[in-house]
Design a protein around this ligand. Structure first.
Ligand code: MN3
Length: 223
């Protein structure tokens, strides 16, 4: 009897998951994997509450609009001006966080590919100068938002920031491009450990950047 109950539950959960338009991919490492740079509690709340919330609200609103067959998040972002603010905030929130998790890694000694390093040095003179400019852009973004390294339409690297859950894929973004690195500068991303010191968080985050993934996205963008 108990076994049947478990099987029934399994099918119900599978049906619910299959029905959801957008799903939150599992975190590719443990909540405590990025310690001490990003603390466990921040990761738990950020992934399980904030990101999960964006996904739930996105699914709910798409359903309410009768658009539950649109499963291409990038297509939504590229036409975001045609959607309402709820879709804008939650589609952006889902895409940005899904990207953020995979751009971080507990693995040590990851480095940019030779091609990406060359492009960074060409555009920003040095890796250190790039990091300084990136930290500066993220630190001076007023209020909540994201700081990005993008490849623009001329295949050039650029550092930009966006407000709220916007991103450079959105058709009405001031600067458009393909994001290869994106860092969340909302207070919920760092406040428990760093309080108001956003700069300290941005300085520490280089210890957990997944350069393999950033390099892979760079290659994807320049092809
Ligand atoms: Mn966030």
């Amino acid at each position: 009897m108990k076994k049947h109950f478990l099987i029934l539950n399994f099918f119900l959960i599978s049906m619910l998951l299959a029905k959801a338009q957008f799903i939150q991919e599992p975190l590719p490492y443990a909540f405590n994997a990025l310690e001490p740079y990003i603390d466990t509690e921040t990761m738990q709340i950020h992934y399980s509450k904030h990101h999960a919330g964006y996904v739930a609200k996105l699914n709910q609103e798409m359903k309410a609009l009768g658009m539950e067959n649109q499963k291409d998040i990038e297509a939504i972002l590229q036409n975001i001006s045609q959607y309402n603010t709820t879709i804008r905030n939650n589609a952006g929130g889902h895409y940005n966080h899904q990207l953020f998790w995979i751009l971080l890694s507990p693995e040590k000694n990851l480095t940019p590919s030779p091609a990406l390093l060359k492009a960074i040095e060409k555009e920003f003179k040095s890796m250190e100068a790039f990091k300084t400019a990136f930290i500066n852009e993220g630190s001076t973004r007023f209020g909540s938002g994201w700081v990005w390294l993008i490849v623009d339409k001329d295949k050039k690297l650029r550092i930009v920031s966006t407000p709220n859950q916007d991103n450079p894929l959105m058709n009405d973004s001031l600067v458009k491009g393909f994001p290869i690195l994106g860092i969340d500068v909302w207070e919920h991303a760092y406040y428990l450990k760093y309080q108001n010191k956003r700069g300290d968080y941005l300085n520490a985050i280089w210890n957990v950047i997944n350069w393999d993934k950033v390099s892979e996205r760079y290659l994807q963008a320049i092809q």
